[in-house]
Design a protein around this ligand. Structure first.
Ligand code: MV4
Length: 495
């Protein structure tokens, strides 16, 4: 097992990984940028190394500086978290060459999932269902028209080097196919430096369902739990749950086994996620994420598997601690990503100093966060404040606990998307589990968010506003909760 590892990330995920290390008896090295000088994760670590100016391109994305920090501190492994360098094959390879363990898959596995066309080919050959479409890139409009004769409209044009929805185009007929293809090619060229476009049948009202997998270096792979991630806005997930409302034990075994086959097809090792699109009873491989994901806690809650710890143990060469038969799903977990953003102003980021803060607790609640009273949420990175996870014996109880947790949450100084979450949780279609990736567009949720915000203004429904009736009392509560941060450089100002 490692004695010391470096965490090449920031915020809540850096703390999540360091918590696993603390339980495993591994000492930790944080790297931090200018904007994160006072961040909680840099204080939580046993050692912290400054790596540069606030923009990620000059700090968290600098392979040379991260490796230098690892060498300087004698870290034997690097955990990349999610985002930043986590799916960069050049970084994984640089670690391999320096004899530092990259806590993730091999650079080769990351690379093989990088091109979507190559990934489709690999999965097709492995017997994993893929969305009907072209075998390779499509250049000629005539070639595209002929392909669509076999699969039918509507179709989707996708950049081979893409992911995350950038540069995708829906096409409904022959007349618009040619112009859409040439426009998609030029967008892909400027966004990814690669103009290759492929074509797929466009799926109606798909659900995004993914499977967590774990694979050790002895060639054993298991699936852990399925997650429903259909509540997204502009390809950013906002609410996830495990299991998926449509899952049955039979379907789970079927899709889970296919997820394992997908991982085995690229000799995968580490924690990973196989994404599927599910539409009208059929499901298809979409892509594989070769990292620990933001939403991994909901799988941890329903299976009791500590994914961060398992990932570190696997990287240290240890065998999986679980067989497939030992994985059991119990209860239901939902995660809401709490962001510093203004849902009433097109979700504009709302960075700034947190003046008051009290996170929810009580039965079935887990909060993963990297903030504290007085911390300034920097404008340079994503705006996530925390992840609230609610666990219940069934979906109904998990939803009720989440609503109660959001009622308890106190965050002032920045705007948050808490009212957005309440609007979704109270929506009758969400409560039925009748969701897909178009849910937020179809349901005019923003009207509901306005109503939640108005009710809050008029009636003061949250704990924050109830306590706000007596400013001194709320200040005392905030201070008591924040007392462990008494050494902070900048005390929060009073309202
Ligand atoms: C699709 C699709 C419908 N049909 N492909 C969006 C992100 C990218 N990784 C794949 N995406 C989609 N691909 C076909 N053939 C609809 C989406 C899509 C989507 C997928 C997963 C989760 C949320 C989504 C939101 C909008 C569109």
């Amino acid at each position: 097992m490692f004695q010391k590892i470096l965490i090449a990330n920031r915020g809540e995920i850096a703390i999540r990984i360091m918590r696993a290390c603390r339980e495993l008896g591994i000492s930790t090295v944080a790297v931090y940028s200018e904007a994160d000088r006072n961040a909680l994760f840099a204080k939580y670590a046993d050692e912290a190394v400054f790596v540069g100016p606030s923009p990620a391109s000059q700090s968290y994305l600098r392979i040379d500086k991260i490796l230098a920090a690892a060498e300087q501190t004698g870290a034997e492994g690097i955990h990349p978290g999610y985002g930043f360098l986590s799916e960069n094959p050049a970084f994984a390879q640089a670690c391999e060459e320096k004899g530092i363990v990259f806590i993730g898959p091999t650079s080769r596995s990351i690379e093989r999932m990088g091109s979507k066309i190559a990934a489709r080919e690999i999965m097709k050959n492995a017997g994993v269902p893929i969305i009907p479409g072209s075998e390779g890139g499509i250049v000629d409009p005539q070639e595209a028209v002929e392909l669509v004769e076999s699969i039918g409209y509507p179709v989707m044009l996708k950049p081979a080097a893409g992911g995350g929805g950038i540069g995708m185009k829906i096409v409904w007929n022959d007349e618009t196919l040619g112009p859409a293809l040439s426009s998609a090619r030029s967008i892909a060229k400027s966004a990814f430096g690669d103009e290759t476009i492929y074509v797929e049948k466009y799926l109606a009202d798909p659900r995004h369902i993914e499977f967590q997998i774990l694979a050790d270096s002895k060639g054993r792979t298991i699936y852990v739990s399925d997650r429903e991630c259909s509540i997204q806005r502009r390809h950013q997930k906002l609410i996830e749950e495990s299991p998926s409302p449509i899952m049955t034990p039979e379907l789970r075994e079927e899709m889970g086994s296919i997820a394992v086959r997908a991982a085995e097809a690229i000799d995968y090792r580490s924690a990973g996620t196989v994404e599927f699109m599910y539409s009208r009873g059929d499901y298809y491989f979409l892509e594989m994420n070769t990292r620990l994901q933001v939403e991994h806690p909901i799988t941890e809650m329903v299976t009791s598997v500590d994914l961060a710890k398992e990932q570190i143990r696997i990287a240290a060469g240890e065998p999986l601690a679980y067989s497939q038969d030992e994985i059991e799903i119990r209860g239901w977990a939902i995660e809401c990503r709490i962001n510093a953003e203004d849902p009433l102003n097109d979700f504009a980021p709302s960075p700034g100093r947190i003046k008051r803060y009290r996170s929810p607790g009580g039965p079935g609640i887990r909060v993963d966060s990297g903030v504290y009273v007085g911390f300034v949420i920097p404008p340079y990175y994503d705006s996530m404040i925390s992840k609230v996870v609610a666990m219940g014996r069934d979906r109904k109880e998990a939803i009720a606990r989440m609503e109660r947790a959001l009622y308890e949450y106190i965050v002032t100084g920045v705007k948050t998307n808490i009212n957005f979450h309440l609007a979704v949780l109270r929506h009758e279609r969400f409560r039925r589990g009748d969701i897909n990736t178009n849910f937020l567009k179809e349901e005019a949720i923003m009207e509901e968010v306005k109503k939640v915000a108005e009710a809050e203004r008029e009636k003061g429904l949250s704990l924050a506003s109830a306590l706000g009736a007596d400013t001194r009392k709320v200040a005392a509560i905030s201070a008591a909760v924040g007392a462990y941060m008494a050494h902070r450089e900048t005390p929060p100002s009073e309202e």
